[in-house]
Structures are given as C-alpha cells and as structure tokens.
Design a protein around this ligand. Structure first.
Ligand code: ADE
Ligand code: ZN
Length: 319
C-alpha cells in the first residue's frame, strides 16, 4: 500500500541520521575532510549494527563532515523535500548540539542552516528539538542548556538521546526542570534498550509529553495501563528497532500488541539514512507485515498529528 498520500507528522527523526552516504562524501569533499571509507558502497556495507552503541559509533563519526551552516542547510533541505513527498505535513526534528559543539562547530551555524532549510521548505512545517547526549552526563547537559536558553524561542522542546542503559532519566531531572521553567516542552528516548523504569522516570521526573521508542513498556503491564490511560504518545520506530536488534525481525515487532493494548502509538523513522527507510517506507512495510488496512494507517497518521506540538488550530487544519 502506498501510504505517501496519508497526512502525517514525523516526530522522531534525528537530522544527523538523515545523512545519506552520497551527501556525506559530497560534504567531505567540500570541507576537505578525509573519510576512512573507500566509497559509498564500502560505507553502506558497514551499516550492520549489533546494538545501539555500534550504530552510534558510526553515526557520530560520519557527522564530522557537517561543518558549516550550509552543510546543515543542505542536510535539512534534502530531508524536508523527501519528507514532504512522503506525506509529512509537519516534522519535529531532533538534533544533537553537543555532538557539534565538541567538534568546534558553533551552535549558530547549526541553527542558521537548519532554520534556513525549514523556512525554504514547501508543503511541510518543522520545529526543532535539541537533545542532550545522556552518556555525557547531567553536568554537560546543564552546560549545554545554558548555551541553548538564549535561543529558547527557536525550539519547541528538549529531548534526551544517545546510549541509554546506565544513563537513567532521573540523572537529568534538574536539567529538564530548568528547560520546562523556560517554557520548553520535553520528550525523552526511554525504553528502547533501557528498562520500563526509565519510562516511568521520564514521565514522573522529566515530565515529558511523549516517550521516544518506549517499546519495552510491554514488560510492565501496570505501566502499559498508565500510558494507555493517560494517552501518552509513544514514537515507535520499527525499522530502527530491527536494525539495532531491539527486536529480532519486523514480523516479531510488538507494534500490533501495543495497538491492541490501547497505547497511543505513532510511527517514525529515527535515522532513516542508516536504517533503510524514511517514514513512508515505515508505514508501507508495517502495513505489509501486519496486514493493516488504509483506515489503520490513516488513524496512525492522524494520531501523529495529534501527538505533535502544533497549536490546536494548525493541527486541526491538517487532520
Ligand atoms: N541518536 C540517534 N538515534 C538514536 C537512537 N535510536 N537512540 C538513541 N539515540 C539516538
Ligand atoms: Zn531516536
């Protein structure tokens, strides 16, 4: 089934994860960066991951080609054009400020490039969500928030990503409290590789509006009942979960069980250049695998718009 005509919101995409190998080599040439790969095919051949960390190692290494505002512009412009063609009417885009600041790339270059592409995009609106790299710890996150806050009007929320196990949400309670006090909403990756307890902490301590991934909630029936009862959106990325060995195969993905449990599930791509599909592919492959009809896909699309941070009036126009 072609799901591209279904209006949808992309709520879980890391802009650095949309860096296709061809663009990585083009930017490397433009910026005089030498990549340790023989070419596009050699690089693509390395897209086989054991787990989240083995993916993150490649993801952080390859983003070294992103240096100038123009690079972030080209990256986001290519992503937004592709998203619009997939029926994405609105995107809430993660980026990793610390991964750029630590390479000496100024925050202003990142923001200028991403915002320019958002301004010029046709048929799709977008908000930005900076994420803290949880494996760099809460002090680094607080320092980063201090650098972000003068630009707070340029973001809709803060997020939490990177290596999950060993870095529970509770470590970031003060960071998120400060961000929320400044009027930002909050989201967090939780329950991707980490236990259900991390999902509870994200809700109770970080006071997030959505959980990114959240698939491991199924191990805790009480938590499932709470998430379903409160209608907390879970931004699920099935192709990512397969590639990162969170689940053994798409056919074995718990998406059907999550829907049966009454959870507010939405479908997303995570790092589409690395995981073999943009959101249109995620919808199509999920429908094929689980035998979903068009009405189910339309409901998922509508739920993704409802779970977005768009003001009610704008959201309702897209529904
Ligand atoms: N950063 C980029 N993709 C991620 C993922 N799937 N989990 C955690 N951090 C990430
Ligand atoms: Zn993610």
């Amino acid at each position: 089934m072609d799901a591209r005509g279904i209006p949808k919101a992309e709520l879980h995409v890391h802009i650095e994860g949309t860096l296709e190998p061809e663009m990585a080599f083009a930017l490397a040439r433009r910026n005089g960066v030498t990549l340790p790969y023989a070419g596009v095919e050699d690089l693509r051949g390395r897209y086989a991951y054991r787990d989240l960390q083995s993916f993150l190692d490649l993801y952080y290494a390859l983003m070294d080609v992103l240096r100038e505002a123009e690079d972030f512009y080209d990256l986001a412009a290519a992503y937004l054009a592709r998203a619009a063609a997939d029926g994405v009417r609105h995107a809430e885009i993660f980026f990793d400020p610390q991964a750029h600041l630590r390479r000496g790339v100024p925050l202003e270059a990142v923001l200028e490039g991403l915002e320019g592409a958002i301004r010029d995009a046709e048929g799709v609106s977008a908000y930005l969500i900076p994420c803290f790299l949880r494996d760099l710890g809460p002090e680094a996150a607080m320092e980063t928030l201090t650098r972000l806050l003068p630009h707070a009007g340029r973001f809709v929320a803060v997020g939490l990503d990177s290596a999950e196990v060993g870095y529970p949400p509770r470590l970031f309670t003060d960071v998120f409290a400060r961000a929320r006090a400044e009027g930002l909403r909050a989201v967090a990756h939780a329950g991707e590789e980490g236990p259900p307890e991390y999902i509870r902490e994200a809700l109770d301590l970080l006071r997030v509006s959505r959980i990114d991934h959240g698939v491991r909630c199924l191990e805790d029936p009480e938590l499932v009942a709470r998430l379903a009862g409160e209608g907390i959106p879970l931004t699920v990325c099935p192709l990512s979960n397969v590639r990162l060995a969170v689940v053994p195969s798409l056919a074995e993905h718990p998406l059907p069980r999550m829907l049966e449990a009454g959870l507010m599930v939405t479908l997303h791509s995570d790092d589409p250049a690395y995981f073999g599909g943009y959101v249109g592919d995620v919808y199509r492959r999920s429908a094929e695998t689980f035998g979903w009809d068009e009405a189910t896909l339309r409901r998922l699309g509508a739920d993704s718009l409802r779970a977005s941070f768009l003001p009610a009036g704008e959201r309702d126009r897209l529904l």
